[in-house]
Design a protein around this ligand. Structure first.
Ligand SMILES: [Mg+2]
Length: 381
């Protein structure tokens, strides 16, 4: 048999290696013959990889990212199909009872991890039950997806130290908002924040995440980064991994990331995660009639959207600070006080292009947000 011939050939090569003794499992031999199936099959030295398996825990209403490291032997950067499932103790993450605590991690996306020495990767996982079905906390498994649906998320957040945003005084408040947005200078952005956001940017780029930009935001200590992706799962995976990287790289500065949508009452902006979206139809056909039907559907489903757009949004969607009230729906051209902002370019191009839903908040789950948007679009047909 041809395949067995290759297998035998590989085994001969392994046995013939004079110095280094490899202990190969049948699976690794099969892996090698699959990757190098021609007659010149060769053996590369296997290397140790640090694989950080990431998943979302069972906390509500906002899950935490959890991670643990698995060491694996690979001859090159592994692909998803090279990665085994793994287990964890669900009783420690609010995902199982102590008496029956095994949950399964199923790898669904892999990224390079430049934040660690040696060979390292970040492995986004879905949580599965031992019977192979998605765990109830698995918000990714059954969402709507469409590679033609493009998403751009704008993640806003506060960097905090000792329980208050970077640059805030020990008591009271800093100077009123005004110069902080896209600001420069120690009095506006302090001395650590830019180090953190730049390091985060580099980690995302090295990971292959479509990080699209950074800016200092309206409140002091508040920042934003943007992620783009094609397909709801693809974009949301990238966002969760980008959140993880931000949290991890801030650790060594003694800084935490606060994703709550309205950490401070008063005249301080809250944090959103605006969702820019388009589909094949919106980009290629568009048209005013289709746009109006779409906005009707968004208005009709207002409550369902709010339910998917992150907790405590009533604190943020007040009609002030560049938001529409939580109990109203509106759209407007270039209107940052509308629920959905319509770019000038969209109208000028014959109602074609992308739209921006400004209601999702900074703690929202990008899986749920993207899926809700696609659900409403699907209703219009
Ligand atoms: Mg912003």
């Amino acid at each position: 048999m041809k395949e067995n011939g290759h297998l035998a050939h590989s085994l001969l090569l392994i046995n013939a290696l004079p110095i280094r003794k490899f202990v190969w499992t049948a699976k690794q031999v099969a892996f090698s013959t699959k990757k190098y199936p021609d007659k010149t099959t060769y053996i590369k030295k296997m290397a140790k990889y640090k694989l950080e398996y990431l998943w979302l825990d069972g906390y509500t209403p906002v899950p935490n990212v959890r991670g643990k490291t698995r060491i694996g032997d690979y001859d090159e950067f592994p692909t998803l199909e090279d990665l085994p499932e793994w287990g964890f103790d669900g009783s420690s993450t609010q995902q199982a009872e102590g008496g029956d605590s095994d949950c399964i991690l199923k790898p669904v996306a892999i990224y390079a991890d430049a934040g660690r020495s040696g060979n390292a990767a970040l492995v986004m996982c879905e949580v599965m039950l031992p019977d192979g079905n998605p765990h109830p906390s698995n918000a990714r498994a059954n969402i709507l997806d469409d590679p033609g649906a493009w998403f751009g998320f704008e993640q806003e957040y506060f960097l905090e130290q000792d329980g208050r945003p970077l640059g805030w005084p020990e008591t009271g408040y800093p100077e009123a908002q005004g110069e902080y947005y896209t600001g420069v200078g120690y009095k506006n952005v302090g001395d650590i924040a830019r180090t953190i956001v730049d390091e985060h940017l580099d980690l995302c780029l090295a990971a292959g995440i479509n990080h699209e930009g950074i800016n200092a935001e309206v409140a002091k200590g508040q920042w934003e980064f943007q992620i783009f992706g094609k397909g709801s799962k693809n974009c949301a995976d990238q966002m969760w991994v980008a959140r993880y990287l931000l949290l991890r790289c801030a650790e060594k500065y003694g800084v935490d990331v606060n994703l709550h949508c309205k950490p401070f009452e008063g005249d301080w902006n809250g944090s959103g995660m605006h969702c820019n979206f388009s589909t094949d139809k919106l980009r290629d056909e568009g048209g005013e009639d289709y746009f109006n039907s779409l906005m009707d559907a968004f208005e009709k489903n207002r409550e369902a959207h709010i339910a998917a757009y992150g907790p405590d949004n009533h604190m943020r969607l007040t009609g002030l600070h560049e938001t529409q009230s939580i109990d109203k729906f509106s759209w407007g051209v270039a209107d940052r006080g509308a629920s959905i902002r319509v770019p000038h370019s969209f109208v000028n191009n014959g109602y074609k292009g992308y739209l921006e839903d400004r209601r999702p908040n900074s703690q929202g789950d990008p899986y749920a947000i993207a899926s809700r948007v696609l659900q409403t679009i699907a209703e219009v047909g």
